[in-house]
Structure formats: C-alpha cells, structure tokens
Ligand binder design. Structure first.
Ligand SMILES: NC(=O)c1ccc[n+]([C@@H]2O[C@H](COP(=O)([O-])OP(=O)(O)OC[C@H]3O[C@@H](n4cnc5c(N)ncnc54)[C@H](OP(=O)(O)O)[C@@H]3O)[C@@H](O)[C@H]2O)c1
Length: 229
C-alpha cells in the first residue's frame, strides 16, 4: 500500500473505533474499549502494516497509549505525535518506554527547553510551520516523513487530528470500526470538514465491509478531491 519513499507525500490511512452513533469517546473522554477484542487485534495488524502510527497530543493526554504492536506478530511502527505547542507530558509512555522510534511534530509555539528534554529522552523533534489555525501544518509533515524513511502513516485519532486530515483531503483510506453500542453525547469521530451540503460529502471510490467479532468494519478508499478549506 505504501508509495515509494521517493514520492513527495506519505500515504494516509485513518483508523478509529466508534459507536453506532458516531462517538469515539464518552463524555468523560474515556474510549477504552469501544471495540471488541477481535477488532483490537485488527488494529494492531494495521499498525504492523504501516511505517508510522500518528496521533494528536490530545489522545496522548487523554489515553497515554503505547501505540506499539503487541496483539499480533509484527514490527511496531514509528510513533508520531502531532503537538504544536509541546503539551506532551515528559512522563507519557511514548516518551518513557523506548519501545519504538518516536517523533514529535511541533511548531515555533513549543518551548525549546522542553524540546531539548524530549530529545535527550530519544524523541526525534520535527519543527514545522503552523497552518492558519496555529496547528502543525499536516501537509508539511506528510512531506517531511518520507525524507525520514516513512512512506505510510496510520492516523489513529483523536477527533482533532482525524478532522484536520479529512478537512485538508489528505486521506487515502478510511477504516472505521463500528461497535454495536450507543453513547449519545460524547466525542464525535469527525467535526467540521467544510461540507455545507450533501454534495460536499467526501466520497469513496471503493468500500468493503466485514464483520469482526461483534463489530462491523468499514474499509474505504477515498476519492481524491482538492481541499475546499
Ligand atoms: N475511539 C478511538 O478510536 C479513539 C482513538 C484516539 C483517540 N480517541 C479519543 O479522542 C479523544 C481525544 O480527541 P482530541 O481531539 O482531543 O485529540 P487529538 O486529535 O489526538 O489531538 C488534538 C490536538 O492535536 C494538536 N494538533 C497539532 N496539530 C494539529 C493539526 N494539524 N490538526 C489537529 N490537531 C492538531 C492540537 O493541539 P495543539 O494545538 O496544542 O497542538 C489539538 O488540540 C480522547 O477522548 C480519546 O480517548 C478515540
């Protein structure tokens, strides 16, 4: 699935688990676990198939994930945390466990002393321009990653990063694990992607669905269209 590393932008797969009513976390921020055991194993298979797994700093703060491959046999991908202002705690597991190569993408808003402390702990720091919202410029990040040996990226969340990647039309493949649960109010999987009407909805060129334990997996290739925003 990965393009050659000579290409200018890493390919992007988004994968997350949601309830039937589209929530990736409860109102209190908890998301472990929305999906069933079989789907969790599938999630680890996906990690092993990608060069990098990427999350926003909000997910690290909420869940303190390891982001490694443990439930299947396979290599752990490079971990990439997108963190414009260096909110990542030095105590985060991705910093302290040294279980896989770890990168942090930041902007000039981040404290240089904290960046140095992260580098001392083995974290690779990528200093990038900010987008108009003041966040890490995802296009610049996806262009930088192939220069560092990363041709394919699996975005695992959360709401903010999923929404940005979709809004900027950076996503090649979207895999949603739909669990037969209803949460009502909670954290939406996807926010404003600039779609005012149904004609603006992102469309898929192909979609497969299959049952994974109690969950339904929807795995689609997105049509490539220019970003509206
Ligand atoms: N069910 C699932 O599969 C699943 C998976 C993952 C997470 N979650 C849940 O999602 C929730 C966290 O959602 P979240 O929105 O707070 O987390 P997030 O998307 O992981 O992180 C969002 C943060 O990333 C930073 N960021 C930097 N550059 C960005 C960019 N270009 N676009 C977007 N964000 C950028 C921003 O903070 P700065 O401006 O400070 O950089 C932003 O606030 C938690 O409740 C977690 O449990 C669920």
């Amino acid at each position: 699935m990965a393009r050659s590393l000579g290409d200018r932008q890493a390919t992007v797969t988004i994968h997350y688990a949601q309830t039937l009513d589209g929530r990736i976390a409860a109102r209190d921020g908890s998301s472990r676990w929305i999906s069933c055991d079989e789907s969790l194993r599938f999630a680890h298979e996906l990690r092993a198939q990608h060069d990098a797994v990427m999350v926003g700093v909000g997910t690290v703060i909420a869940d303190d994930p390891r982001l490694t491959v443990r439930l299947v046999t396979g290599p752990s991908p490079t971990r990439v945390v997108v963190d414009s202002a260096l909110r990542l705690p030095l105590s985060a597991t991705v910093v302290s466990d040294r279980a896989a190569r770890t990168m942090l993408a930041m902007t000039a808003r981040g404290d240089p002393a904290k960046a140095a402390a992260l580098m001392e702990r083995g974290v690779e720091i990528l200093r990038l321009d900010a987008d108009p919202d003041g966040h890490v410029d995802l296009v610049a990040l996806l262009r930088e990653l192939p220069r560092r040996g990363i041709g394919s990226v699996l975005i695992e969340g959360g709401h903010g990063l999923i929404t940005s990647a979709l809004r900027h039309r950076l996503v090649d493949r979207l895999i949603v694990c739909v669990a037969p649960k209803i949460l009502g109010t909670g954290v939406d999987a996807v926010g404003d992607i600039g779609a005012a009407g149904l004609g603006d909805a992102l469309a898929f060129s192909s979609v497969e669905t299959w049952q994974c334990g109690a969950d339904l997996i929807v795995d689609g290739t997105l049509e490539r269209v220019a970003a509206r925003v």
